[in-house]
Design a protein around this ligand. Structure first.
Ligand code: HEC
Ligand code: HEC
Length: 200
């Protein structure tokens, strides 16, 4: 009878729409997220893409929502509740799962601003104290550890986040982003958000 259990386990993996590491409870949790974050977690209306996002970043943000540290209006409205009752194992499993999905590129920014956005992303604007985003987010916007992937995120989402930091909202303890964003004017924000929406 020894072989029966491994076979059942394999069957369970094959039949499950998401990996079974967290058991069926993970599949249920994923559905609680994708009805807002869209099919394949590629983002839908105001809910951003989670597919391909860095696992440690997703975990950190979920903890931040649960602790009400990320405090902009849409976070309060949608994510404080969604993150309220997740235990540490579920948070890690969800983060690993969404990070493993292949991300699609939003392609929804202004093409004419891509060149300017790329220049700011790569070099910053030293005379205006604007930091080069590449220094932390990597040359291809891929992120590292808890620093998020930016490449291919929706123009509307990135624009709003950069504006909200400038308005004094928070997202993570010790985050450099409120300071970084406070140096950006509306034109730089438009250009950066446009560029990033086309990065693969
Ligand atoms: C009712 C809709 C809704 C549900 C359900 C929901 N989300 Fe969200 N989520 C949002 C919105 C809207 C935002 C954007 C908030 C903001 O702008 O700060 C967001 C943001 C996030 C972010 C931040 C992403 C980033 O790039 O910073 C993460 C991580 C996240 N959600 C994970 C989840 C997970 C995991 C679940 C399921 C347990 C979930 N969400 C369920 C609507 C939802
Ligand atoms: C000193 C390091 C550093 C620099 C420079 C930096 N960032 Fe960030 N960025 C971070 C960290 C850390 C986070 C995650 C913490 C947070 O969300 O507050 C983040 C988060 C973000 C997010 C949120 C992504 C999401 O999924 O919600 C955006 C957008 C962003 N940065 C854009 C930029 C842009 C544009 C620049 C250049 C003008 C830039 N960053 C420069 C460190 C940096």
């Amino acid at each position: 009878m020894k072989w029966v259990w491994p076979k059942l386990a394999i069957l369970a993996i094959l039949c499950s729409p998401v990996p079974s590491w967290g058991g069926s409870s993970l599949a249920a949790s994923v559905r609680n997220c994708t009805w807002c974050h869209g099919t394949g977690a590629q983002g839908y209306t105001v809910a951003p893409r989670l597919a391909g996002q860095r696992s440690l970043y997703i975990e950190a943000q979920l903890r931040g929502y649960a602790a009400h540290i990320r405090d902009n209006p849409l976070s309060k409205q949608y994510m404080w509740g969604a993150a309220a009752n997740l235990n540490a194992d579920t948070v890690r499993d969800l983060a690993d799962y969404f990070a493993s999905l292949p991300p699609k590129t939003a392609l929804d920014g202004h093409r004419a601003l891509v060149e300017r956005g790329q220049a700011i992303y790569l070099q910053g604007i030293p005379e205006a104290n604007i930091a080069a985003c590449l220094a932390c987010h990597g040359p291809a916007g891929q992120g590292i550890r808890e620093i998020p992937r930016l490449g291919g995120l929706s123009y509307f989402y990135v624009k709003r986040r950069l504006e909200e930091w400038g308005q004094g909202y928070h997202s993570a303890p010790m985050s450099p982003m409120p300071l970084v964003a406070s140096t950006l004017g509306p034109d730089e924000i438009e250009a950066l958000a446009s560029y990033l929406s086309f990065v693969r």
